[in-house]
Design a protein around this ligand. Sequence first.
Ligand SMILES: Cc1cc2nc3c(=O)[nH]c(=O)nc-3n(C[C@H](O)[C@H](O)[C@H](O)COP(=O)(O)OP(=O)(O)OC[C@H]3O[C@@H](n4cnc5c(N)ncnc54)[C@H](O)[C@@H]3O)c2cc1C
Length: 414
Amino acid sequence: MTHACDIAIIGAGAAGIGAARRLAGRGLSVVVLEALPRLGGRAWTATTRGLSLDLGCGWLHSADRNPWARIAEAAGFVVDRRPSAWDRQFGDLGATPADWEAAGAAFDAWSRRLAEEPPASDRAFDAVERGERWLAYLQALSGYISGDELERISAADYAAYDRASTFLNWRLPAGYGTLVTSSFPADVALHLATPVERLEVNGPAIELVTRRGTLSCRAAIITVSTDMLAGTAIRWPAALDPWREAAAHLPLGCNEKLFLEIVGPSLFEAETHVHGDLHDPASGTYYIRPFGFPVIECFLGGAGARRVLEEGMAAAFAHATDQLAALFGADVRRALRPALASAWGATPEIGGGYSHALPGNRSARPRLAVPYEDRLFFAGEATHPADFSTAHGALLSGIRAADQAAEAFSRERQ
Ligand SMILES: Cc1cc2nc3c(=O)[nH]c(=O)nc-3n(C[C@H](O)[C@H](O)[C@H](O)COP(=O)(O)OP(=O)(O)OC[C@H]3O[C@@H](n4cnc5c(N)ncnc54)[C@H](O)[C@@H]3O)c2cc1C
């Protein structure tokens, strides 16, 4: 390992890669340290049976203003601009068309109340109508969107994301993770499988202690997830306690994906979608044959994703198969096989899905993004004021932190 550099970047997810791209070619020596043996963090495209499947980010949200879309186009990636099938229940399976419509209307009404009459408590749950018939559905959606139950979501934070979103979602057949990892700049030093174990501020030097040696740098950009920052896997100096406290108010929710392979002649229509069970807050939501691939992607959030970690993969696949059999008929059991699953909540280097602000804690995002003494800069999805929980928010935060670090260097030189 190189033992001295201008700027070290801790973490090579979308934020760390964004920072590295921004700093490349600016005359500063930059080293990226990544704990995992691969690039990308929560941007991870796994390849199985010749298919590229995203275990983490898959959708280019706010696609018309998403910088990853421009990077993809410039690099020659195929970008699929077809609208998502999320809003349509294939064949109205599982409930009457009127019930599907009523459940959708309940969600729209809740979103409107959140934006127009935000609850004084700042608890997203308090914008739910008393005795709401579709509460289980709203909780399931909260799980997908925020990774946790409505009781633990800041209404103001949620509304800020919604206000900024353009609700246009595109995809990449080659995988979002493939795009993110392939965009790592060639001329920046990278050390994979090199977790930072301790960060020390020693006079003018920042020292990053790893099992492969200590890297001494003049500044560092910290991009690890909020759970890593608030947790104890890395020993942080006491001076960073306010940042760790902010991170603790922006916990990662629970989000997991299961991919079921479809074998034999397909009983499923490509590019369609079903919600598993309107009355189950832990229900999966199923994207069927994305891009025509012979798979069903089951997305879980909140209670449903926690159950995957508690009960294990076999039980999770069995539960998903049961939900699909209840909707499409028992015959589909013969056509479905477990193919691939994420385990973000059981990955010690990440710790969960994506960040949400706890009620009353929307201000934790800007607090987390403040630099420490012009020497430590904070990036990562959780630091973006509105595009948090996304890969483009992470990228933009990395660019912002890189600019802050570069400006600090140019001030020092003056
Ligand atoms: C199931 C799921 C679905 C998602 N779907 C979407 C989607 O459709 N669209 C979207 O835009 N976003 C989606 N996201 C969110 C998106 O993936 C993340 O917001 C984004 O990738 C986070 O990037 P990051 O760089 O902030 O953090 P990370 O990707 O977590 O990067 C931080 C890096 O730091 C590393 N690290 C940790 N500890 C250390 C250490 N001690 N030393 C060195 N390195 C360390 C980690 O290994 C990791 O690589 C999804 C996420 C999940 C989990």
